[in-house]
Design a binder for this molecule. Structure first.
Ligand code: FES
Length: 105
């Protein structure tokens, strides 16, 4: 399989119930990953964009977290409703600005 134009790393880390940090899986990241994969597949873009599960990306409180690479973009508070827009943006080389997390200064 070829190296893709873009990768979407979806944190699907799960912590024990009641953990103070919570986790992306607890906030629906596993379903989110499945939906993003499905949107990429529906558009015939699996050789251009790959969505993968990731372990903890250390932005837990802002999850679910998705990293778009090589654009060096982190999305936070991603909802299932965002799956299509994120997939299309990755395919087209765009960014979903309203979900971008700002880097600490
Ligand atoms: S659990 Fe997803 S960033 Fe930590």
């Amino acid at each position: 399989m070829p190296y893709r134009n873009r990768y979407l790393f979806v944190c699907t880390n799960r912590r024990a119930d009641g953990h103070p940090k919570g986790s992306c899986a607890e906030r629906g990241a596993e379903r989110l990953l499945a939906q993003i994969k499905d949107e990429i597949r529906k558009r015939g873009a699996t050789l251009e964009v790959r969505a993968c599960s990731s372990s903890c990306l250390d932005m837990c409180e802002l999850g679910p977290i998705v990293l778009q690479e090589p654009d060096n973009v982190a999305y936070g508070h991603v909802a299932e409703e965002d799956a299509e827009e994120i997939a299309v943006a990755a395919i087209e080389g765009g960014i979903v600005e309203r979900r971008v997390l700002q880097k600490p200064t």
